[in-house]
Design a protein around this ligand. Structure first.
Ligand code: SF4
Length: 337
C-alpha cells in the first residue's frame, strides 16, 4: 500500500509528523508533500520514499498551482493520503489528485472531503495525534520513544556546524538558547539573565537572522561565552548544532521540536500557551515551565503579538532563577541506573 502525507503546516508540526511517517513506512512506501522549509527539515529521513514540495505561498500559489501539484500527485497513484495539515486547500488537493482513501481529523476545515475522520484528541501530544491518523484512537499508546520525532542531519550539516563552532567547542558545557518566536508574546524576556546566571556554561544562540538583536543582547550579558548562530545555519544544521549541546532552553517554538528530533534535553518556556495544547518537548529529561496559576493563561492558541492585558505576567514573572536551577540539573550527566 502506498501512502502520501500532506503536511504543509508550521515547521514544528512537520517535525512532529515523523513518528507518523515511520509508522506508515512499516506498511509500504510513503511520500510526503511539504512546504519548502518543511522539505528541508525532513531531508535524509530514510522512511520517506519521495519528498515533494508544495510552495503554496510562492511558485505554487493559487488555483493554477494547486492544479499543477494535484496532477503531480495523481501520477503517484497513492492508495491513501493522510492529511496531517487540515486546511480546506489540502483536502481539495487530495481529492483533485484522485486519491481514494483520505484520512484526517474530524475537526479539520477540510473534513467534508475526507473518507475517514479520526477524532482529534485535545489532551494528547500532537505527535501522538498525528500518529493516530494511521493507528486510530483505539490503538494502545506506543512506547514514548516511538512517538519521539526523528531528524537525520547529514555530512553537510555536520560540516557547517564544525565550521561555525571552530574553537568555541570543547571545555565548558554548551547550551543552546532559542530566544525568538514569530509570536511576540511567546518570547521569554529573560534569556540575558539566564546566560549571565550560569557562569560555568557557554551558549549558542539558535534562530533566524531576525533574532540577531536578541543574540547580541545575550552576548552582552555573558561576554566571551556566547556564539551567535542565528541566521547562519540551515534548519537541519541548527538541529545538528542543538544535538551537540548538553541542553536547549527555548520558547514554545520550532527549536523545541528540533531538539526532540535529535534527543537533546530541553526546557521549554510557556507563556500565553500551555503544554496541554500538545506541543511540549519530547526528548528525554525535558520539561516545560510556566507561571502557575495565572488566570489569563492560556489566552491564545499561538500567542498574540502583544499581551492583551498589558502586564505580560505569563512571561515576565517566569523568573530566570527558576530556569537557572532547572538548567543546572541538566548540566549534570544522568547517573547510569
Ligand atoms: S493575557 Fe495573560 S497569558 Fe495572555 S499574553 Fe497577557 S499575561 Fe500572557
Amino acid at each position: 500500500m502506498s501512502s502520501l502525507i500532506i503536511q504543509t503546516s508550521f515547521l514544528g508540526d512537520t517535525v512532529l509528523t515523523t513518528p507518523l511517517i515511520a509508522a506508515l513506512a512499516a506498511r509500504g512506501p510513503v511520500d510526503v508533500l511539504a512546504t519548502p522549509a518543511g522539505a528541508t527539515i525532513l531531508h535524509g529521513n530514510p522512511a520517506i520514499r519521495a519528498l515533494l514540495v508544495y510552495d503554496k505561498r510562492g511558485a505554487d500559489a493559487g488555483i493554477s498551482g494547486l492544479r499543477r501539484v494535484a496532477r503531480r500527485l495523481r501520477d503517484g497513484r497513492y492508495d491513501a493520503v493522510y492529511l496531517a495539515q487540515g486546511s480546506l486547500r489540502s483536502a481539495v488537493l487530495a481529492r483533485a489528485a484522485g486519491i481514494p482513501r483520505r484520512v484526517g481529523f474530524d475537526t479539520s476545515a477540510g473534513r467534508a472531503f475526507y473518507t475517514e475522520r479520526v477524532a482529534f484528541n485535545r489532551t494528547a501530544h500532537h505527535a501522538e495525534r498525528l500518529w493516530r491518523l494511521s493507528a486510530g484512537n483505539n490503538a494502545a499508546a506506543p512506547e514514548a520513544e516511538a512517538l519521539r520525532p526523528r531528524l537525520y542531519p547529514g555530512a553537510e550539516e555536520h560540516a557547517a556546524v564544525d565550521a561555525l563552532l571552530g574553537d568555541f567547542a570543547g571545555g565548558a558545557p554548551l547550551v543552546a538558547l532559542a530566544p525568538g518566536s514569530i509570536w511576540g508574546t511567546k518570547r521569554w524576556p529573560h534569556f540575558d539573565a539566564l546566560a549571565a546566571g550560569i557562569e560555568e556554561a557557554r551558549f549558542v544562540v539558535i534562530g533566524s537572522a531576525d533574532d540577531n538583536g536578541l543574540a547580541a543582547s545575550i552576548a552582552r550579558a555573558a561576554p566571551g561565552r556566547v556564539l551567535d548562530a542565528s541566521g547562519r545555519l540551515s534548519l537541519l544544521a541548527s538541529a545538528t548544532l542543538i544535538a551537540r549541546c548538553t541542553a536547549l532552553v527555548a520558547n514554545d517554538s520550532a527549536p523545541t521540536h528540533l531538539a526532540s528530533g535529535v534527543g537533546t534535553p530541553t526546557i521549554t518556556l510557556f507563556g500565553p500557551t500551555v503544554p496541554a495544547f500538545g506541543f511540549g518537548p519530547l526528548a528525554p529529561r525535558s520539561e516545560s515551565l510556566g507561571v502557575e496559576p495565572l488566570a489569563c493563561r492560556p489566552c491564545h492558541p499561538h500567542g498574540p503579538k502583544v499581551c492583551p492585558l498589558g502586564h505580560f505576567q505569563c512571561m515576565r514573572s517566569l523568573e530566570p532563577s527558576r530556569v537557572v536551577a532547572r538548567l543546572r540539573i541538566l548540566l549534570v550527566p544522568p547517573t547510569a541506573s
